[in-house]
Design a protein around this ligand. Structure first.
Ligand SMILES: [Zn+2]
Length: 328
């Protein structure tokens, strides 16, 4: 039986209607109990009753306070091993929890980030890897191993992450990514800026021709010795802007803006790579970590310059969400 589920401060997170214990008729919601749980009233005998209260989500044996703690630590970039030591949960249990949370977040994003009116969108790909780096791949390895780029599209004004995709840096992943972006954005006209990655040049005109003006912005880096480049970002000596489709407004392809954006993303992803590198031996874990990360970023984290969450700025939500709200 599914029952009232409350968090540690007695807020009702989840409930399911329970039939009347005496006459087995349907109950209707009838206010809340002092402990925050839902109360019901029988439609026949008018008696009121409440369902048992638990602090566990349906199908889970882990107390919500632990779930919240573990996910928070993972989001903040703690390694799975360190979270294992802090929480006392076995890492396999944690990874199951992460995958379950990731699935919830994926559905949530798919449900709420649709037909969003946007003005300026920028897209980028961030490198990551699963199990081993591409150069260490052998012919008999799982094709999911190796490079796993995360494609991200963000609205520049609201900072809302509109869509993301995980895969090899190729045409197939780009097509899936841009198709998802179409699903996320509303009919109105917007401007999209990407880097000079070639697959965009066919994918965006094929999929977004009716709604987007499109320009690419490529950076030309100063040549530096390999060692130097690894520890500090390469110096940008020039940028090249190429209008590709429609009439992109040159003022809105401003480089400082994009660079700031890229920095934000890189910093987010640094956390993410810390979250994933240590244990992303499986595609599913990596994907779940991304879903949780972006759902948390859009709905829970207060953006420093906006002072609200990106979802609030975009008019999708009216309050900063608690982490557990993502799961219910
Ligand atoms: Zn009754």
């Amino acid at each position: 039986m599914v029952v009232n589920c409350v968090d540690k401060s007695n807020r009702l997170l989840y409930y399911q209607s329970m039939k009347c214990p005496t006459c087995k008729a349907e109950g209707q919601r009838f206010g809340t109990n002092r402990n925050g749980s839902q109360r019901f009233r029988c439609v026949q005998c008018k008696k009121t009753y409440s369902a048992p209260v638990t602090d566990r989500l349906p199908g889970s044996t882990i107390p919500l306070a632990t779930v919240e703690n573990v996910l928070q630590l993972l989001i903040e970039g703690c390694s799975v091993r360190s979270v294992e030591r802090i929480s006392g949960l076995h890492r396999d249990t944690m990874l199951k929890l992460l995958v379950a949370a990731g699935e919830k977040c994926e559905k949530l994003l798919g449900r709420l980030i649709v037909n969003v009116p946007v003005q300026d969108v920028s897209a980028d790909e961030m490198w990551g890897f699963i199990f081993k780096k591409e150069k260490a791949m052998r012919s008999d390895d799982d094709p999911n191993y190796g490079d796993a780029y995360c494609f991200v599209a963000m609205e520049n004004n609201t900072k809302l992450v509109l869509n993301f995709a995980l895969g090899k840096r190729n045409q197939a992943t780009t097509d899936i990514f841009i198709e998802g972006l179409r699903h996320a954005t509303a009919h109105g006209r917007f401007q999209i800026t990407t880097d000079g990655f070639r697959p965009y040049l066919s994918s965006i005109p094929n999929t977004l021709a009716d709604r987007a003006d499109f320009a690419t912005l490529s950076k030309i880096y100063r040549a530096t010795p390999e060692g130097e480049r690894r520890y500090s970002p390469a110096e940008v000596v020039a940028t090249e802007v190429v209008p590709v489709m429609g009439e992109p407004d040159p003022k809105r392809i401003c480089t400082s803006h994009i660079e700031r954006q890229n920095l934000t993303m890189r910093m987010q992803i640094r956390r993410l790579t810390r979250l994933t590198n240590g244990f992303s031996k499986k595609w599913e874990n990596h994907w779940a970590a991304l879903c949780l990360h972006f759902a948390y970023y859009n709905f829970c984290r207060i953006h420093r310059t906006l002072r609200v969450t990106p979802a609030m700025e975009a008019g999708i939500s009216d309050h900063p969400w608690e982490l557990l709200e993502l799961l219910t």
